[in-house]
Ligand binder design. Structure first.
Ligand code: TA6
Length: 284
């Protein structure tokens, strides 16, 4: 344990407990215990890099729209569980915060409950570690199987990155990869374009993606660096789908793009007693 931790737990929107974490250099993050969901990240001397919908609900049973929802044990609708699994709708336990050198980090923990076992009959332990400092935000999801049977899962850190105008934003680093185009009925394609541009709905899963994906806007470049996760999802609902989503304002599709570290093509098989870990680092 290093210098004194700088954190505060207060009552956030909807009276849900919210942790504010501040690094020695002033970098700052806000994280709800509900979903262990990071909703704000301000790099040292910078501005918030995450999108959080002003129309988001903050209540038990509804996901928070924005920030970094954690999807586990199912990504998206690829299975029989609710969309994006169970844990974004569960109250995680705050396991403490610490400050080491120029970084501040906080940990959140969750395990199976009677309600989770009704939907997914496996004991599990999950841990989300959030670390900030300088131009960096790292989120690490670790999953342990404490049971006697193996289980398999898919997972994601479903990151909503704020942009000032989606039509002037692009994603780079995915050229040459095979992807599932969910906005075109799930057909598989090969990415031939030098960058992903946004002129309508984009919902793509890029398989076996390299470590770094880039979000390039007129103002800045953000590196999305993953480890442990195999795939990358790029999602923007476009005008029409956005207008139909009650927890987004009609113009919000212009204000974010999701670049998500995901493991979905090949589910993780976790043997009894084993631990899996995946992380995503945002570099502003
Ligand atoms: O990751 C993209 C996606 O799966 C989209 O298909 C879209 O539905 C989005 O996530 C948001 O899902 P949500 O359940 O939060 O509305």
């Amino acid at each position: 344990m290093g210098a004194a931790p700088v954190f505060e737990v207060t009552s956030g929107a909807g009276n849900l407990p919210r942790l504010t974490l501040v690094a020695p250099d002033g970098a700052r993050a806000e994280i709800y215990q509900y979903g262990a969901q990071v909703v704000s990240w301000i790099p040292a001397g910078g501005q918030d890099r995450l999108f959080l919908s002003r129309a988001s609900q903050f209540r038990s049973g509804a996901p928070i729209r924005g920030g970094i929802p954690v999807a586990f044990p199912q990504f998206g609708a690829f299975g029989t569980l609710p969309l994006h699994g169970l844990v974004r709708l569960m109250l995680w336990e705050f396991g403490g915060a610490e400050s080491i050198r120029d970084q501040a980090s906080a940990v959140f923990r969750l395990h199976d409950t009677e309600a989770s076992r009704e939907l997914w009959p496996h004991p599990f332990q999950a841990e989300l570690t959030v670390s900030i400092g300088g131009n960096r935000l790292q989120t690490t999801l670790a999953v342990t199987n404490p049971g006697a049977e193996p289980f398999s899962f898919t997972a994601a850190l479903h990151t909503y990155l704020g942009v000032s105008e989606i039509s002037r934003s692009a994603i780079k680093g995915l050229t040459g990869l095979t992807y599932r185009d969910s906005a075109a009925g799930g057909v598989q394609k090969r990415e031939t374009a030098p960058q992903v541009d946004f002129t309508g709905e984009v919902n793509r899963t890029y398989f076996a993606a390299p470590a770094d994906t880039l979000l390039v806007t007129p103002q800045s470049t953000t590196i999305i660096r993953k480890a442990g996760f195999s795939d990358i999802v790029v999602w923007n609902p476009g005008a029409e789908k956005c207008a139909a989503m009650p927890d987004l304002e009609p113009d919000d599709y212009r204000r974010f793009v999701c670049v998500e570290a995901v493991t979905v093509a090949e589910p993780v098989q976790l043997a009894p007693g084993k631990r899996w870990q995946g992380s995503q680092t945002l570099l502003a």
